[in-house]
Design a binder for this molecule. Structure first.
Ligand code: SAH
Length: 480
């Protein structure tokens, strides 16, 4: 395979910080009151924003030498510099060591990590147990499609989440062997099922991986359709500024039939057959138009549960991420919907906010919610510690007709027949709508409803309308 050492526009950009913007970094070095270095919680690091090379130079000796020799004017066309930056980030920020062959992609860590953080958010916000946030006890299995010589996604995911395991594939022997070496270097080989595959095989070869189900796939596909497409892009054609980092990717890493769109279209077609064998299918895409085309394809096939994100660490190279599911667990709004893409490409909102009257006393707000929810034939549990409650409804139990029938039944039975609709809360098939209601006092008083499960957005909207009705202004006096 040819070695390409040219300016990269697509898959291998180290994001140079814009000159006039103050540089910050994730994770910052923090110190506790006793002067000891504070260890950030690796399981839940926030995404990179700006890249702080000065800080990196402080933390990594090899990079410090380059930083000092160039007086801070890094040469992003120098493959050694690029490799040293990647190694320094992995080592300083995650305690990961890697070896990289010279003729394979050197992944920019901020871009890759931000995709990993997005996937973690997606998985955390769609826990079948409805846990709010990271659940350290949850076992999660992912598949890294085309893991590459670095195995970067697998390394980051396993390093951050101790209860997660991974499967990793690649078609390229050299990359595959190098990935296995990097996993071994970090004692992660036992937590990874590796499979060297061939391009005519499925991208998700689930039966050869020896797993029943996967929680997610993660993938950075080859972005280009052919050499011409790649070389034009590497030269920066059609862009306002030239790409800023050298690309060491081999042809197999950069080119495939149909480019990023062709690869992810294949993934969509496989998912239509595999359906809920995988909870979240996902991939990165190089261009916004590719992301749009994938969302249109999903819509065409009736997939209504998807998420779209944008990666732009350092504010230089934009990448897109799309994930989709055949299940009915709904991800948080801030993960599934980025506002920088046209509305038609966004999934249905999963959050509804009600601005409360500032005069309301919080204890009365809680009482009012509980009263409203407890009067319904659904499962409802309020947690005073978090000022939030979880509700599971088997159907529309809040419409007038249902409530009237319920009252009549209760009258005949002479006792409450409430909550008979969901006998077993574990039997998620009986849940048509799962939601969380949370109340916030600061900066203003707000009631928020999150859609956690359900495939019917009309039902969800109707429920939000019902709750909102209970907080109409004219009812407020009673609760002040
Ligand atoms: N995940 C790495 C590498 C991405 S490059 C990173 O993010 O840096 C794309 C990778 O996909 C290459 O390693 C290439 O060999 C691999 N690949 C291409 N076609 C594939 C296929 N059909 N199945 C699995 N991997 C494939």
């Amino acid at each position: 395979m040819d070695l390409i050492v040219e300016e990269d526009a697509q898959a291998n950009t180290i994001d140079e910080p814009p000159k006039d913007i103050p540089q910050e970094s994730m994770p910052e070095e923090n110190f506790a009151a006793d002067g000891m270095a504070y260890q950030p919680d690796l399981a839940q690091l926030s995404p990179y924003d700006k890249i702080n090379f000065k800080n990196l130079a402080r933390k990594d000796l090899e990079f410090r030498k380059i930083w000092q020799n160039t007086s801070g004017h890094l040469d992003f066309q120098d493959s050694r510099t690029i490799k040293t930056i990647t190694k320094a980030h992995l080592n300083a920020d995650f305690g990961i060591e890697i070896d990289l062959p010279d003729d394979r992609l050197c992944p920019p860590v901020p871009n890759r990590f931000n995709y990993v953080a997005w996937i973690q958010g997606l998985i955390d916000s769609t826990n079948p147990d409805y846990t709010d946030g990271y659940d350290p006890n949850r076992e999660v299995v992912g598949l890294d499609i085309g893991t590459g010589a670095s195995a970067i996604y697998t390394l980051l995911l396993l390093r951050m989440r101790s209860n997660w395991t991974m499967c990793a594939t690649d078609v390229d022997k050299k990359s595959f062997d190098s990935a296995a070496h990097n996993l071994a270097l970090n004692n992660m080989l036992t937590r990874t099922k590796m499979l060297q595959t061939i391009d005519t095989n499925d991208l998700i070869p689930i039966k050869y991986l020896g797993v029943e189900k996967l929680d997610f796939t993660i993938c950075n596909p080859p972005f280009f359709e052919n050499e011409k497409d790649m070389h034009n892009s590497l030269k920066g054609e059609g862009k306002s500024s030239k790409p800023n980092a050298v690309c060491t990717g081999s042809e197999g890493e950069m080119i495939c039939a149909g480019g990023d769109l062709g690869f992810v279209t294949r993934l969509v077609h496989e998912s239509l057959a595999l359906r809920d064998k995988v909870t979240w299918y996902s991939s990165m895409l190089g261009k916004m138009n590719s992301a749009k085309a994938i969302i249109n394809l999903l819509k065409k096939h009736g997939v209504s549960n998807w998420a779209v994100g944008c990666l732009e660490p350092g504010g230089v190279t934009k990448r897109w991420i799309v994930a989709w599911s055949f299940g009915d667990l709904r991800p948080k709004n801030d993960i599934a919907r980025i506002e920088t893409i046209a509305h038609e490409f966004l999934p249905f909102p999963t959050q509804y906010k009600i601005q409360l009257n500032e005069q309301l006393v919080m204890a009365n707000v809680f009482e009012r919610i509980n009263k409203q929810l407890s009067s319904l034939d659904l499962s409802w549990v309020w947690d005073p510690a978090t000022s939030s409650g979880l509700g599971l409804a088997p159907q529309n139990v809040w419409n007038r007709k249902y409530r009237r029938q319920q009252k009549a039944k209760e009258a005949v039975a002479g006792k409450s027949s409430k909550n008979l609709a969901i006998h077993d809360e574990d039997d998620t098939k009986l849940v048509a709508l799962a939601f969380r209601i949370s109340v916030f006092e600061h900066p203003t008083k707000v009631l928020r409803i999150d859609w956690l499960r359900g495939s019917d957005n009309v039902l969800w909207e109707s429920f939000c309308g019902f709750i909102h009705q209970g907080f109409k202004k004219n009812k407020d006096q009673e609760y002040q």
